[in-house]
Design a protein around this ligand. Structure first.
Ligand code: ADP
Ligand code: MG
Length: 140
């Protein structure tokens, strides 16, 4: 199976509870390598742009407010079948539906404050990585 990349965000609910390391360990234990990482405070414009696909959804405004409510850690993850591998360890969007042993089951507070983002396709991974990283920031 091919080594690919995906894009991850450790969301404000997790950074607030000092879970950056704990979440990253679950990603690493799932076979993903952090090949780029930075802790940032997203601007409203960045959050609206990143989640533009959801702008017609009723929770869009709240989601943007949440994503700018504290620092986040944006990461590029590499591994075999990285998009699916990451989605599997993240668990379902709603932690109430997430499987045992997943990041969201373990740490998420709610369907909104669900600790992590992960790309849902190789194509979106590429777009999302380029949204936050220059190629020379992805250092392996
Ligand atoms: P995922 O992050 O699992 O790919 P979506 O792409 O559907 O889920 O949604 C993006 C994010 O929007 C979710 O991770 C969550 O933070 C938020 N969200 C999704 N559905 C809801 C909802 N019904 N109410 C509030 N926030 C939501
Ligand atoms: Mg999504």
């Amino acid at each position: 199976m091919a080594v690919t990349r995906t894009f991850s965000i450790i969301k404000p609910d997790a950074t607030r509870r000092n879970l950056t390391g704990a979440v990253t360990k679950m990603l690493e234990d799932a076979g993903l390598r952090v090949v780029a990482s930075k802790r940032i405070k997203m601007s409203r414009e960045q959050a609206e742009g990143f989640y533009a696909v959801h702008k017609e959804r009723p929770f869009f405004g709240e989601l943007v407010d949440f994503m700018i409510s504290g620092p986040v850690v944006v990461q590029v993850l590499e591994g075999e079948n990285a998009v699916k591998r990451n989605r599997d360890v993240m668990g379902a969007t709603n932690p109430a539906d997430a499987d045992e042993g997943t990041i969201r089951k373990t740490y998420a507070e709610s369907i909104e404050a669900n600790s992590v983002h992960g790309s849902d396709s190789d194509e979106n991974a590429k777009t999302e990585i380029e949204f936050f990283f220059d190629e020379d920031e992805i250092v392996g």
